[in-house]
Write a protein that binds this ligand. Structure first.
Ligand code: 5AD
Length: 355
């Protein structure tokens, strides 16, 4: 365990010695094995739509980009992918899309989730079916409730940075930092396992910001964490200031992950695709840094290039991926949800409290 101290964290992040990095990874790996075990859990990622009504300055599928052909998979296609994933042993799915204001979007997702649950629960002696994570953006409390009641039980909504000023340098004024926080609160109150996260290496981001991001995660008592390096996309406004960087985003992402594992030993943490994209050792070192979740992309081939939040995104062959994870020394937990242990403890704590 580590206790949060801003200066100590900043010093670790600033230390460019290779030994500091490897010692930190080693500590994180031990911490993870002792607290949550060596297992890595897979979430099949289905990017079911890339239409988006937001204009994040860093994102390749932002509304004002005329470039990616916009698509929405129909319900049958999503269900078919989900069932194939379930049969292949992925007992957790993540459904992700751009953030749509289309009034029918929440109903569409809720109906799809309900159907996937019906079809998989009836096939499961334990009666659980597929575990479903959503990552579809900001909605009202009622909408989050509707999606939860349909059967989704985890939600990813990255804060991107916990520094309000930096947040507004990355987003137009219509996208509100306080609203993002409110959404995270709603999600938690509605009963979801809540995941958030940030990008590392954003123009204007300092090591102090990153240290405070870790404090934000601790204070919010998050269940799941996704942190990845920012990867410039040439069709976005942030591209022109992409070189304003004071640190190596790959090394600092790894250090942030290791520190997160030491500070929050029982959360679920992903080795992000962005981390795997910017460095060929991203997966291996991400796991060493304490990640216990990997999200192989199951989006059908023809749509993948239209879901380029950033460029040159890496795709893994799911079978080879399992072998690769094993080779790095971690068993893969297929046929199971692999919920955040932090969430389970939090739930138990609340139940005890109510007694
Ligand atoms: N580089 C890295 N990550 C990005 N995301 C969006 N655009 C980029 C980029 N250019 C991340 C954001 C978002 C998640 C779905 O993808 O953190 O929350």
């Amino acid at each position: 365990m580590l206790t949060w101290c801003e200066q100590e964290i900043v010093d670790i992040l600033a230390d460019e010695g290779e030994n500091t990095l490897y010692e930190l990874l080693q500590k994180a790996d031990i911490c993870r094995r002792e607290n949550i075990g060596a297992n890595v859990y897979l979430r099949g990622l289905i990017e079911f739509a890339n239409d988006c009504d937001r204009n994040c300055f860093y994102c390749g599928i932002r509304k004002d980009n005329s470039n990616p052909a916009r698509y929405i998979l129909n319900q049958d296609a999503i269900i078919e992918l989900a069932l194939a994933a379930y049969d292949a042993g992925y007992h957790s799915l993540a459904l992700q899309s751009g953030e749509s204001d289309d009034p029918s979007r929440v109903d569409f997702v809720a109906k799809t989730v309900r159907k996937i649950k019906q079809l998989t629960v009836s096939n499961d002696p334990a009666g659980k079916g597929l575990g479903i994570t959503l990552s579809i953006g900001e909605f009202t409390r009622e909408e989050y409730r509707q999606l939860f009641e349909a059967g989704s039980h985890r939600y990813l909504l990255r804060i991107e940075t916990s520094d309000e000023k930096l947040f507004y340098k990355l987003h137009p004024p219509a996208q509100n930092y306080q609203k993002r926080l409110k959404c995270l609160e709603y999600l938690r109150e509605e009963g979801y396992q809540v995941g958030t996260g940030i990008m590392v290496g954003l123009p204007g981001q300092t090591l102090e910001h990153l240290a405070r991001d870790l404090k934000f995660f601790i204070d919010f008592d998050i269940d799941m964490l996704g942190m990845g390096p920012y990867i410039p996309h040439h069709l976005t406004p942030l591209y022109k200031v992409r070189d304003r960087l004071e640190f190596d985003p790959f090394v600092v992402t790894l250090k942030m992950m290791a520190l997160a594992r030491l500070l929050m030993p029982d959360i679920n943490m992903v080795a992000s695709t962005a981390l795997q994209t910017i460095n060929s050792r991203g997966l291996e070192l991400g796991l060493k840094a304490g990640a216990n979740i990997v999200m192989p992309v199951l989006t059908p081939e023809p749509y993948r290039e239209s879901y380029n939040l950033y460029e040159e995104k890496k795709y893994s062959n799911p079978r080879q991926l399992v072998d690769e994870i094993n080779r790095y020394g971690y068993p893969v937990g297929l046929w199971t949800w692999g919920d955040s242990q932090h969430y389970q403890k939090r739930k138990k704590f609340n139940a005890d409290d109510a007694d």
